[in-house]
Structure formats: structure tokens, C-alpha cells
Design a protein around this ligand. Structure first.
Ligand code: FES
Length: 228
């Protein structure tokens, strides 16, 4: 069986078991379910996230950082992307590893950040744009749209950010269940593993997160957020 077929089969099985067909859409690679919690162990719910705010959490590995973002409006569901979670489809999650050269949030500094405020950039046609609610990587100025599958709006990033599939239960509590798109987990862990082990205080950087993963407000995760 080809890997893609296997993934689709697994997606169907997981979705059927959980009763959520949306998060694990075709093309999503299922990973063990992990509930997002704050550091006091309370669940991260849709309502606990301010519209326009973002947190960092690890998934699917203990050292691979992701964004969870509460957008100010519903995300767009596409054939390639499952869209937003929550009753208003406003919560999205993406790998926080830039698809260009893997810039990512580190504890001392982050060059890649969700920007709720208006930023300006030049689009693929060289036109200047000013928009809010985007993910901006200031390493070489790639800009991604989290409301539209993490597509690249500007800069050298070759592909969208990998998307993290989220479910929201009846109480709005958020659970990460899989990953879709071009992820760079292997390359990332190989390149940065030594530093990640020290930064996260783990001996196995490839360990999967458990049934819970801690989400930290992005402004508290990194001591410095570079904005451009
Ligand atoms: S690493 Fe993000 S734009 Fe180069």
C-alpha cells in the first residue's frame, strides 16, 4: 500500500472513531492526539484565546514548535486544507518552522511570528500590500496567510507552512490530531537537535508529545520577537 493511501486509510479510521471528519481530512497524517493545555493544566479552549492572539505549543514532537492562532474571523476551508476549528472556524494551527530555512521560535528569540497588526509586504506581483492577521518570518521576509491554509503571500518560502489538524470538543477544548502539507520535522530535528535538546531539557528530541501539550502565549515563549 502506498504511503498516501495508508495515510488516507488511517485518517478515515481516526476520524470515524472520534466522530470528527473535518480535522482529519484527506492528506492529513494522523499523529497521537494531544490536548492543548496551559501551564496550569487548564485546557486551551476556543474562548480562552483572544481573537488576534497566538500561542506556541509542541507537536507532534516535543521539540517541534507550532502556532495556534485565534483569528478575528473564520478561516477559509479549501480542498487542500481542513480550515479552522471551533464553532466559528476561527482557530488554526501551523508548524512554526518556516518552509524557507527553518527559522522558528526559540526561547531567546523568534524571527517568525503571528502578526495581528497590519504589516506591509510585496506580493508575488511586486505589488505592495498591507494586511493584518498574517504569519511573518523576518529572517528573509516570507509572509504566510493562516486564514487560508498557510499559503505563501510573499518572500522566498517555497511552500505553505505545514498545517496542524485541530479538533474542538463540545466545550471548545482544543486537541491536535495530525499534520498535513510539507512538514520538515526530520530535517529540523537533524539540523537543530543538539540545541533543541538543551533548550527543551530533553534527551530525545524525537519523542512524541504525550496526551497533553503545553501552549504558551507567543509573547511569553520567546524573550524577543523580531518584527519587520
Ligand atoms: S527562514 Fe523564513 S524567510 Fe527564510
Amino acid at each position: 500500500m502506498q504511503r498516501r493511501d495508508f495515510n488516507r486509510l488511517c485518517s478515515g479510521l481516526f476520524a470515524g472513531a472520534a466522530g470528527f471528519s473535518k480535522a482529519l481530512s484527506a492528506g492529513t497524517q494522523p499523529f497521537p492526539r494531544s490536548a492543548l493545555v496551559y501551564d496550569d493544566n487548564t485546557p486551551v479552549t476556543v474562548d480562552s484565546l483572544e481573537p488576534g492572539s497566538s500561542c506556541i505549543f509542541s507537536y507532534p514532537f516535543v521539540t517541534t514548535p507550532c502556532f495556534v492562532v485565534r483569528l478575528k474571523a473564520a478561516a477559509i476551508q479549501t480542498d487542500q486544507w481542513h480550515g479552522g476549528a471551533g464553532r466559528d472556524n476561527s482557530v488554526v494551527a501551523f508548524s512554526a518552522i518556516c518552509s524557507h530555512k527553518m527559522s522558528h521560535p526559540a526561547k531567546p528569540i523568534s524571527h517568525i511570528n503571528f502578526r495581528s497588526d497590519v504589516i506591509s509586504f510585496y506580493d508575488r506581483h511586486g505589488e505592495k500590500q498591507e494586511r493584518e492577521q498574517l504569519i511573518s518570518c523576518c529572517s528573509e521576509r516570507s509572509v504566510y496567510d493562516p486564514a487560508n491554509g498557510g499559503v505563501v503571500l510573499s518572500g522566498p518560502a517555497p511552500v505553505p507552512l505545514a498545517a496542524i489538524a485541530l479538533e474542538a470538543n463540545d466545550d471548545g477544548a482544543l486537541i491536535a490530531v495530525g499534520s498535513s502539507g510539507t512538514d520538515q520535522y526530520d530535517r529540523f530535528l537533524e539540523k537543530f537537535g543538539f540545541r533543541l535538546a538543551m533548550e527543551y531539557g530533553v534527551s530525545d528530541v524525537r519523542a512524541r508529545v504525550g496526551d497533553q501539550t503545553v501552549a504558551t502565549l507567543a509573547q511569553n515563549f520567546s524573550s524577543q520577537q523580531v518584527r519587520c
